[in-house]
Ligand binder design. Structure first.
Ligand SMILES: [Fe+2]
Ligand SMILES: [Fe+2]
Length: 268
């Protein structure tokens, strides 16, 4: 039985090729720096801004990511529909209506300790989904007999919904971390009953962009209200946002949450 604390790195939404190059630039150094035992990353934007492919899934695992969570862009690369059931380190949001392919939770063994991972989609200002709170309740009841270490990625727009999920699960899971907005929030903390929390981890993508996407296209859409294609920005500095969760493996509680913000040199 491992007695040391478990250090889990959770990397925010990886956006496009520049995001992937930025992960390659910082991941192994960050893992050494914080003595990381296990790495989770959100991969919903890793294939040119939308979803993921099997090739990119393998690329991220080869870089040192151990598990991948997804989000509202899960299905936008059609190949994922047929391949997701073979990708055993990928978890998709649990609150899709019944029948969605893929895993609604993961249970992975790390240094002799089992880590449970749950991914949920919010419903405020987002596509209609089944209730993320009820989905969480169901999966946590299932996982709690198998492990004390449970990490929840609440992929949602509204900070209030993510805050609510944090307090709803406080003391029942190790951490509730938010993804989706691509902007790191300053509310990282330990909730009263020992659950680590942050509303949003942020992203790994182009610094000189609007949430990882080309500025001109997004500004044009806002200004004209006409349809406009959004593409990830693939040049310039890369921003690397992540959090480290230091967890007591016996109680499953988070002892410390640390934000990581790194930037590549210009023109990586
Ligand atoms: Fe995203
Ligand atoms: Fe998203």
């Amino acid at each position: 039985m491992l007695q040391n604390n478990l250090n889990i790195l959770f990397v925010g939404d990886i956006v496009g090729a520049l995001g992937r190059r930025t992960v390659a630039e910082f991941l192994s150094g960050t893992k050494k720096q914080y003595n990381i035992d296990f790495t989770i990353a959100n991969g919903e934007n890793s294939a040119h801004g939308y979803s993921i492919t099997e090739k990119i899934y393998n690329e991220l695992l080869d870089m040192g990511v151990d598990a991948i969570t997804m989000g509202n862009h899960t299905w936008e690369k059609k190949e994922i529909l047929s391949k997701i059931s073979n990708l055993d380190r990928m978890v998709r949001p649990a609150n899709y209506p019944p029948g969605a392919p893929g895993r609604d939770h993961l249970l992975v063994e790390v240094s002799g300790i089992k880590v449970g991972i749950v991914n949920l989609l919010g419903r405020v200002f987002m596509q209609c989904m089944d209730c993320p709170f009820q989905a969480a309740e169901k999966l946590i009841n299932k996982l709690k007999d198998q492990t004390k270490i449970i990490i929840v990625d609440i992929h949602a727009e509204a900070t209030s919904e993510k805050n609510a999920m944090g307090f709803f699960l406080d003391g029942r899971v190790s951490a509730v971390v938010g993804t989706h907005t691509h902007v790191m929030t300053a509310d990282d903390r330990i909730l009263p009953n020992g659950t680590g929390f942050i509303s949003d981890i942020g992203m790994v993508g182009a610094l000189d962009s609007i949430i990882g996407m080309n500025k001109g296209q997004i500004i044009k859409r806002f200004v004209t209200q006409m349809p406009e294609k959004f593409e990830p920005t693939e040049v310039g500095q890369g921003l690397f946002n992540a959090v480290v969760l230091k967890i007591d493996p016996v109680s499953g509680k988070t002892l410390e949450i640390t934000k990581i913000i790194k930037k590549t040199e210009p023109r990586l």
